[in-house]
Design a protein. Structure first.
Length: 337
């Protein structure tokens, strides 16, 4: 019998999570929760997904807009098996008390502090740690990207220390409140940035320091990474390690992929929904060894890379599959290369 999933929030991540859940053979979306009757709520209904109001007070707004709802969050929780909270950062912490009363296992997103959950999660790094966990936090898009590739290096060669410079998109494509901007913004101005400590909520023994900047684009993040390796390696060895890692994709300027715009165009031609790239994309030409230090550049699609982690987190929390089986099932359903 398929697991019944409540998705609380239907924005950038929630819409993608809901679609991904419905592509799996062992789970489906029981309903999604919205705060207002906007076009996103209407799209959910057109897809055959039931919509619920976040609060009793909000029911009237949906009725006035003539958007059909099936009840409130409280009603949805009564019939759900698990919750995926994709609400804006900080809201999940407040919602946790509601979920505690329902007794449901819950998946949170990276906008929440690590203390919201029993474990911070990246499937290929620490799936086993999350098995049976009541509360799991799928870490942010940037942390997920750093963890995937650094974990591949650490498993193959060992990593003494890593450093990363993050060039961050200023806002998501539909976010008119924060962008566009005509500036390069240190994020934060005080160094190092929070991304390194967040990586350590997953890869606890990997020393890493990060800095970050916001730039006027909405497409993707770019990371320039260097890592000192414990074992000798050649450029070819490192490329092979990345090539073998799940949810990591090597791309090449020689093939005409020289920018984030090219990556989006590539995803569109792959017929990916919303031009989503679940994989962390590493430019093959950027991989270089200098003595015991490897350098590389990767791109992170901030709207999509955490989506497969949410699916695997459901399976880990409810003990539905072992790590390898779950990752394979998710990759197949989402057509991850």
């Amino acid at each position: 019998m398929a697991v019944k999933v409540c998705v609380n929030g239907f924005g950038t991540i929630g819409r993608r999570v809901a679609d991904a859940v419905n592509l799996q053979s062992d789970m489906n979306v029981l309903g999604v929760v919205k705060t207002k009757p906007d076009y996103k709520a209407q799209i959910a209904l057109k897809k055959g997904i039931k919509v619920y109001a976040a609060t009793p007070e909000g029911v009237k707004d949906f009725e006035n807009a003539k958007v059909d709802i099936s009840g409130t969050l409280t009603d949805l929780l009564k019939d759900a098996d698990i919750v995926i909270d994709t609400t804006p950062g900080g809201v999940g912490h407040k919602n946790k008390e509601i979920y505690k009363k329902s007794g449901l296992n819950t998946i949170f997103e990276g906008g929440e502090k690590a203390t919201v959950a029993d474990v911070s999660f990246v499937a290929q790094c620490n799936f086993e740690e999350a098995v049976g966990a009541k509360y799991i936090r799928c870490v942010s898009c940037n942390t997920t990207g750093l963890c995937r590739t650094l974990n591949a290096l650490d498993r193959a060669f060992g990593v003494k220390r890593a450093r990363a410079t993050l060039i961050r998109r200023a806002a998501d494509p539909d976010d008119v409140k924060r962008g566009p901007i005509d500036a390069i913004v240190p994020d934060p101005t005080s160094l190092p940035s929070h991304h390194g400590p967040d990586v350590n909520t997953v890869l606890k023994d990997l020393p890493i320091t990060t800095v970050a900047f916001k730039v006027p684009t909405t497409y993707m993040h770019i990371h320039a990474i260097s890592a000192t390796l414990k074992k000798p390696a050649t450029q070819e060895d490192v490329v092979a390690a990345f090539d073998e890692a799940t949810r990591v994709m090597l791309v090449s300027k020689a093939d005409g992929i020289a920018s984030t715009a090219h990556l989006f165009d590539y995803a569109r031609d792959l017929n990916r929904p919303r031009a989503d790239l679940y994989e962390i994309c590493i430019w093959r030409e950027s991989v270089a060894m200098v003595d015991d230090e490897v350098y590389y550049i990767q791109a992170v699609h901030q709207e999509a890379d955490v989506i497969p982690e949410n699916i695997d987190a459901v399976r880990a929390s409810l003990k539905l599959m072992e790590a390898e089986e779950s990752i394979k099932a998710t990759n197949t359903a989402l057509d991850i290369m």
